[in-house]
Design a protein around this ligand. Structure first.
Ligand code: SAM
Length: 193
């Protein structure tokens, strides 16, 4: 895993940070999900971490073809290829297809395009089983979410979308949520209804 982490760092591929990774692993160990959905595979680092923490299977989505190929190789290297389906597509397409099929997941790790979380949320909510967990990373966006006045014009829409996402989840009566201010901030939301 250190090798994958090193490769990611050297090639500017964003992967889950260390403290967040500990929580992610703990969630999988405690929940023991049969089915995990991940939005944003990158090169498979968090996927491998989650799969090794439980006995379940993973559905994971990555639109970048180079990262997708590397993720497939990395899953194979860890003998996990039989427990994972990697989709090389836009997340919204795959999410809609999974919803059409009536798929349900016990654990969803949301780690794709930050400005899209708000768009994904209604679909994700539908894909998550009752008592399932949504784990959304980078919800504080390097402090920008809490300092909106300092956000440059270019990033405003993206940060506004994340603020809307955070409020939507926190105020959704079907969820009990907590925003954890560690690393880049992550939201853990349990679907209670
Ligand atoms: C933060 S990285 C994922 C890191 C990975 N979860 C880990 O911790 O090892 C986000 C990934 O989402 C992918 N991505 C961005 N927009 C996407 C989209 N619309 N559909 C699918 N993947 C997307 C990016 O190419 C990137 O590799």
């Amino acid at each position: 895993m250190e090798k994958i982490k090193d490769f990611a760092r050297k090639n500017f591929i964003p992967i889950v940070r260390d403290e967040t990774a500990k929580y992610l692993k703990k969630c999988c160990q405690d929940l023991m999900p049969d089915k995990i959905l991940e939005i944003g595979t990158a090169i498979g680092y968090s996927g491998i971490l989650m799969l090794r923490a439980c006995n379940g299977n993973l559905w994971t989505i990555e639109k970048d073809v180079e990262r997708f190929n590397m993720a497939c190789e990395n899953f194979k290297f860890y003998n996990l290829e039989n427990r994972v389906q990697v989709f090389n597509d836009d997340a919204l397409n795959v999410l809609n297809k999974l919803a059409e099929k009536g798929e349900k997941f016990e654990f969803i790790f949301l780690d794709g395009a930050k400005g899209q979380y708000i768009k994904y949320f209604p679909i994700i909510k539908n894909l998550l089983k009752k008592d399932g967990l949504l784990f959304a990373d980078n919800v504080l966006m390097g402090g920008l979410v809490e300092n909106f006045s300092k956000v440059t014009h270019k990033k405003r829409a993206m940060v506004r979308h994340m603020i809307e996402f955070n409020n939507l989840v926190m105020n959704d009566e079907d969820f009990v949520s907590e925003l954890i201010k560690i690393d880049d901030g992550f939201m853990i939301a349990k679907k209670i209804k």
